[in-house]
Ligand binder design. Structure first.
Ligand code: 5GP
Ligand code: ZN
Length: 112
């Protein structure tokens, strides 16, 4: 989608620090990290939000890709948090489905 920030990261039009890349997904470091490790995993295909996800296979592969990011970042043993903010109450600000992978410190609960 031409006016989507994350599609522009996929195409290379906007630079990002890539953490993991495969044919279907890419993960890159969040520009405003909320934890020592904060990576965003996205499908390369534009999906506006989790509400628009209609592909069970993609959902499963995205979670598996995010798990691989966490392993690659050395987070698996101590643990990490995955977050998918959806629409306004969820705090979504970028309209391309993304999974936040947060780690490197203990996470609080409940979230803000
Ligand atoms: P949301 O609030 O939609 O769940 O998350 C969007 C995330 O994208 C935020 O954590 C924000 O810091 C990050 N972000 C926004 N613009 C950019 C950018 O241009 N590059 C990168 N790497 N991250 C961005
Ligand atoms: Zn997009």
């Amino acid at each position: 989608m031409s006016d989507c920030l994350f599609c522009k990261i996929v195409s290379g039009e906007i630079p990002a620090t890539i953490a993991k890349d495969d044919p279907e997904f890419v993960a890159f470091r969040d520009v405003n990290p909320q934890a020592p490790t904060h990576v965003l995993a996205i499908p390369k295909r534009h999906v506006r939000s989790l509400n628009d996800l209609d592909d069970d296979g993609l959902a499963g592969r995205l979670l598996r890709f995010a798990k691989g990011v966490a392993e690659g970042e050395g987070l698996a043993e101590n643990g990490y948090r995955l977050v998918v903010n959806t629409n306004s109450d969820g705090g979504q600000t970028v309209w391309h489905l993304h999974v936040h992978i947060l780690g490197g410190r203990a996470m609080a609960w409940p979230p803000g």
